[in-house]
Design a protein around this ligand. Structure first.
Ligand SMILES: NC(=O)c1ccc[n+]([C@@H]2O[C@H](COP(=O)([O-])OP(=O)(O)OC[C@H]3O[C@@H](n4cnc5c(N)ncnc54)[C@H](OP(=O)(O)O)[C@@H]3O)[C@@H](O)[C@H]2O)c1
Length: 262
């Protein structure tokens, strides 16, 4: 039995589908079971019980370390032997007060858990741009807080595929993978590709990032991360998706065609 936390979210929902397609028995954890359609092989739960492997995901917030430690403790009590934690690119290995602080304690708890562990540090998801489509279709410029900063935008389906492989396959024990797409793209470059898929033309408008743009509880970290990207500090592409899956990661354009194409 594989437990997927964050099962109603972007990565968790894709992971549940991919594990079921592989014939795995899956338990999806959610605070609201009505959000998940019943499917063969799938158990939906609000409590952790009887688990062999666990996918650990908490929302990006200062609460993440406490949520992850609690899930991990209950999973161990319920018999877990393996854990795969979803972290984020740039998370430091050692404790810090700065950016990455939300994931570092969870990573440390996983490393010290006594379980077989793998840590996944994805870069920015292609799905973060979902909301741009409405602006492009309406003929509005897409607000761009990242300037010319480029990132190795990753398809969330590839993150889920790496999670499925590391939860079920061999050879990933003690590995920390940084997951990116195959190419660096700025927001204007992403917008141009998305507009082409939508059969439209589009522009972006540069917006200087401020604390007020973000929910108060995440403002400091979100602002620091945005400024890092603007300065080119997340212009990173790795071979880790291919290392795990034996194929190249999907492009942003392929993601956009899958989501918005005819
Ligand atoms: N977006 C990016 O570009 C990016 C890049 C790198 C890393 N990440 C990391 O990816 C993670 C987010 O993944 P995602 O986008 O797949 O998640 P998501 O779509 O935002 O979904 C969040 C999940 O967390 C659960 N959740 C929300 N608040 C909760 C709470 N207070 N306690 C317990 N569960 C809660 C929700 O489940 P229920 O409501 O069903 O309970 C939901 O399934 C974060 O850790 C983030 O740091 C994101």
């Amino acid at each position: 039995m594989i437990l997927v936390t964050g099962a109603t979210g972007t990565i968790g929902s894709a992971l549940v589908s991919q594990l079921l397609a592989r014939g795995e028995e899956v338990t999806a954890l959610t605070r609201d079971p009505a959000k998940i359609e019943p499917r063969p092989g799938l158990t939906v739960t609000t409590e952790i019980a009887k688990v062999r492997a666990v996918f650990l995901l908490a929302p990006a917030s200062p609460a993440a370390p406490d949520i992850e430690r609690a899930y991990l403790r209950r999973a161990i009590e319920a018999g877990a032997e393996r854990v795969v934690k979803l972290s984020a690119i740039g998370t430091p290995d050692e404790p810090t007060d700065s950016l990455g602080g939300w994931h570092q304690p969870g990573e440390q708890a996983v490393r010290e858990s006594g379980l077989t562990w793998t840590i996944l540090r994805p870069t920015t998801f292609a799905s973060n741009s979902l909301g741009w489509a409405a602006e492009i279709r309406a003929g509005n410029p897409v607000p761009n807080v990242f300037g010319d900063g480029r990132q190795g935008v990753v398809d969330p389906a590839d993150v889920a595929a790496v999670a499925a492989e590391t939860l079920t396959g061999a050879g990933h024990e003690g590995a920390t993978y940084t997951l990116t797409g195959p190419e660096l793209l700025s927001v204007p470059e992403q917008v141009a590709q998305l507009a082409a898929v939508l059969g439209a033309t589009a522009t972006t408008v540069d917006v200087a990032p401020t604390r007020e743009m973000f929910p108060a509880e995440i403002a400091d970290v979100a602002l620091a991360g945005t400024e890092l990207v603007r300065a080119g500090g997340n212009a990173i592409v790795t071979a880790d998706v291919e290392r795990v899956l034996g194929r190249k990661p999907g492009t942003y354009r392929a993601w956009a065609e899958r989501v918005f194409g005819d």
